[in-house]
Write a protein that binds this ligand. Structure first.
Ligand code: NAD
Length: 488
């Protein structure tokens, strides 16, 4: 029996969907779980429900590889294998994107863009593999002292459902480039593309055990992975709540953890800004991937002088967005799951009860009775204390607040426990740079949204996370410094 419906053609037996030591294997318990197509609410396929015993097999394979095949080849050869992997992904791009779209619901064009991002990430890190250099330390003529950068060992990668491939590659690519091996735990809502990624690793010639994938539930497979004594480091992307648990678990084993968590990101618009550009960026930043984006521009802080006119323009532009099943490739797809649909519509009900005005959308589009669809929604008449203004909704919902002074805008921007990204739209460069310094966030974008790429570090402050990914700092998560001193 195929793990998937025929059109997805992954061709796996559900009882053998754990990728361990280069082969697809059954879970020790033989248990499986369903993954759902959010556009139709139908079962897309079943995959193995890995647990502690399976994690142990995967970590053991990764440990063998990190001391064996992966250690024996040169960094340049590692880089070449990552380039090969990127090429395999390019060749299988349509297949990868289709699976991602079926599993997550996102429009096909977004999934194709995600695969492009993964390829770029692999190539960036492939190029860095043989450029990770230590340093020499001047201790005088009697001692030569230098550092080696060593791979930390077996690394755990716990991935969310909103960008399954993208988030996986963001941490796995630098880990492999640094000489580490990886055990990946995909999100239970969207496990399929990780299995295809595993097939691609095999096809590219990545040695067995270097990349392992254990599908399963967070509290079973995920928790077991973080706690495993042979896991040297953890990279987790997901919610603040789970991030805290993961951090506690990692701390018990005294292992480093990178946590990429949620956000409620302020986008501040001053009257002198290029309003057309700001509108276009919000349409993309708040409603792309149906707002299921950690760095979505979900909290609009609009100067009082332009508040009404700006919201009129934004409402018009967002009102033109189309919505439908992922494979129909409209502007928005469904939300990922029934749970996520309940969560987002629950927030909308709460917002209405608190007195928010629905300028656009507000729930399920009437022509889409099936699937987890929520229309692009804009709420105004919201107070900073309202729940919808304070909590991450993680759906296609933008809320608008107004301000009058720069000081007030900064206070609003910094007024929550989150600190992932923020945006400032103004032609006054002095003001932009003052705010960039004063805003508590891992990234501040000026007159643009979703800036940066695989070269630019990303991460949160406050509850939005610990550590940085991407760029050269992202590679350091997988390296430790050894100091060597020689008396002459
Ligand atoms: P989640 O925390 O529910 O799950 C994330 C992953 O953790 C899943 O693979 C899940 O199975 C696993 N997990 C759950 N319990 C676990 C446990 N006890 N031990 C180990 N692993 C466990 O998050 P989600 O709902 O999948 O993702 C949405 C959240 O992710 C949002 O808050 C979003 O902002 C955040 N996110 C952040 C970034 C970033 O870069 N900062 C990127 C994407 C998503």
């Amino acid at each position: 029996m195929n793990v998937l419906s025929p059109d997805t053609a992954l061709g796996l037996d559900p009882s053998r969907s754990l990728f361990i030591n280069g082969t697809f294997e059954p879970s020790a318990s033989s248990a499986t779980f369903a993954t759902i197509d959010p556009s139709t609410e139908r079962v897309l396929g079943r995959v193995a429900r890995g647990d502690t015993a399976d994690i142990d097999r995967a970590v053991t394979a990764a440990k063998r590889a990190v001391r064996g095949d992966w250690l024996r080849i040169t960094p340049a050869q590692r880089g070449r294998l990552l380039y090969m992997l990127a090429d395999v992904l390019v060749a299988r791009k349509q297949e990868l994107a289709r699976i991602e779209t079926l599993d997550v619901g996102k429009p096909l064009k977004e999934s194709l863009g995600d695969v492009d991002g993964v390829v770029a990430t692999l190539r960036y890190n492939a190029g860095a593999a043989d450029k990770l250099e230590g340093s020499t330390i001047p201790l005088g003529r009697e001692v030569i002292d230098f550092t080696l950068l060593e791979p930390i060992g077996v690394t755990a990668h716990i991935v969310p459902w909103n960008y399954p491939l993208g988030m996986l590659a963001r941490s796995v690519a630098p880990a492999l480039a640094a000489g580490c091996t990886a055990v990946i735990k995909p999100a239970e809502q969207s496990p399929l593309s990780a299995l295809l990624f595993a097939q691609c690793c095999d096809e590219a010639g990545i040695p067995p055990g270097v990349v392992n994938v254990v599908t399963g539930y967070g509290e079973e497979a995920g928790a077991a992975l973080v706690s495993h004594s042979d896991v040297a480091g953890v990279t987790f992307t997901g919610s603040v709540e789970t991030g805290r648990l993961v951090y506690q678990n990692a701390a018990r084993g005294l292992k480093p953890a990178v946590l990429e968590l949620g956000g409620k990101n302020p986008l501040i618009v001053f009257p002198d800004a290029d309003l057309e550009r700001a509108v276009a960026d919000i349409v993309d930043g708040a409603f792309g991937n149906s707002g299921q984006v950690c760095s979505s521009s979900s909290r609009l802080l609009l100067h009082r002088d332009i508040h009404d006119e700006f919201l009129d323009r934004l409402t018009q532009a967002a009102g033109r967005l189309t919505i439908g099943p992922g494979l129909d490739d409209r502007d928005l797809g469904p939300l990922v799951s029934a749970e996520q649909y309940q969560r987002v519509t629950g927030y909308l009900d709460h917002g209405r009860r608190e007195g928010a005005r629905v300028r656009l959308g507000g729930g399920r589009p009437p022509d889409l009775p099936q699937g987890y669809f929520v229309a692009p929604t804009i709420l105004d008449k919201v107070e900073p204390a309202h729940i919808v203004a304070r909590e991450e909704i993680f759906g296609p919902v933008a809320i608008a607040l107004s301000f009058t002074t720069e000081v007030e805008a900064t206070a609003l921007a910094n007024g929550l426990g989150y600190g992932l990204v923020a945006g400032v739209y103004t032609r006054d460069i002095g003001r932009a740079l003052r705010l960039a310094q004063d805003i508590e966030a891992g990234s501040v974008w000026i007159n643009g949204w979703f800036l940066g790429g695989q070269q630019a570090p990303t991460g949160g402050v406050k509850n939005s996370g610990v550590g940085r990914e991407r760029g050269l700092p992202g590679l350091m998560n997988y390296l430790r410094i050894k100091n060597i001193g020689i008396r002459l």
